[in-house]
Design a protein around this ligand. Structure first.
Ligand SMILES: [Zn+2]
Length: 343
């Protein structure tokens, strides 16, 4: 079974009315910085950058667009470009997307899942976008760019010409602040754990990966029973006897993580879209070494748990419920037909 396509997690935006508030950032904005100086101030990092794929300018733009739309603060991405760009801030500006897509909370737009936002002005590391639909809401981003690799391509007027080969970009601030859109159905399905879940999301918004993944792990622990129920529903619908037997064994354990550990060994096919096993992702997160994880790794873990929860508790649970309701209705119709034909 292929996972159904779902809308991207959209950062929330607010209306123009609160656009005078302070930019959400870890520290106050410094006065306008000298563009080129800013880049030169950064240390060139070691050139060992594994797993970096060379991107064309268009691909890099797309990647930066997704980064702007979906990534929380302090969650850097690395970019390596095929066509080297100028070694000053203008080079980076070339790669900034002209448009992005965000949710707009203004009166005219709030009924839409997202609207197109156009780049307005960029000065140094500050970039702004305006909702093209209402022309009211404004989104601002404060970026930090670190050079990874520079190249000298030749001499012009006896001075070397340098170009950027790769760099790292992260968000230092954003207004309105970034928040993953948590579907209402997910919160409803999470019940009492929704509170912990929200706290995890709040940590993720601040770039606090260790905090976020600690809260999300608590949610997993509290939701083990619900996860096992979901698996039982799927196993019944799939007619998967082995999974049902395995679930019985899992439920005998007193420890939540142990129950999940046993359960993930036989996950019914309808909970394994493609080759993914979302239950194993959750168990993996639960058993991971949270105390030793650096912040960056923890942010990755938290993001994986967030996506998995949305997928399991929003999409799959609803699908299972409607499949179950459908099966029950068909059975009822069958019973009624049998009864009337016996008359
Ligand atoms: Zn708008």
């Amino acid at each position: 079974m292929k996972p159904a396509s779902k809308p991207p997690i959209l950062p929330r935006a607010t209306t123009h009315s609160d656009s005078n508030g302070p930019l959400r950032a870890a520290k106050p904005l410094t006065p306008a910085v000298q563009d080129t100086k800013r880049i030169q101030e950064h240390q060139i990092m070691p050139q060992h950058t594994p797993n970096l794929v060379e991107l064309s300018s268009a691909e890099a733009k797309l990647k930066i667009r997704q980064f702007i739309e979906d990534e929380p603060l302090f969650s850097p991405i690395k970019i390596q470009i095929k066509d080297p760009i100028k070694s000053n801030i203008k080079g980076i500006h070339q790669l900034m997307p002209e448009t992005i897509h965000l949710y707009c909370a203004s009166g005219n737009c709030s009924h839409l899942a997202s609207t197109t936002w156009e780049a307005v002005n960029a000065s140094g590391s500050l970039h702004a976008y305006i909702c093209a639909s209402c022309k009211e809401s404004k989104a601002q981003y404060w970026f930090d760019v670190k050079l990874i690799e520079k190249q000298t391509t030749g001499l012009v007027n006896m001075s070397p010409v340098e170009v950027i080969k790769s760099f790292e970009i992260s968000k230092l601030g954003q207004r309105p602040h970034w928040a993953p859109k948590i579907p209402n159905r997910l919160l409803k399905n999470l019940g009492p754990s929704a509170q912990l879940f929200r706290r995890g999301v709040a940590c993720l918004q601040e770039g606090l990966g260790i905090g976020a993944s600690a809260y999300f792990r608590r949610v997993i622990e509290e939701e083990v029973k619900a996860l096992l129920d979901l698996m039982e529903k799927a196993a019944n619908l799939d007619g998967d006897q082995a999974a049902l037997e395995n679930l019985k064994t899992a439920r005998e354990s007193q420890v939540a993580s142990e129950r999940l550990k046993i359960a993930v060994q036989k996950v019914p096919i309808s909970l394994r879209p493609g080759n993914a096993n979302p239950l194993a992702v959750l168990y993996g997160a639960l058993s991971g070494a949270v105390h030793q994880e650096p912040e960056e790794v923890a942010i990755g873990t938290a993001k994986r748990i967030l996506k998995t929860f949305i997928f399991l508790f929003e999409e799959l649970k609803e699908r299972m419920d409607s499949a179950e309701a459908y099966a029950a209705e068909i059975q009822q119709i069958r019973d009624e037909t049998k009864k009337s034909s016996n008359h």
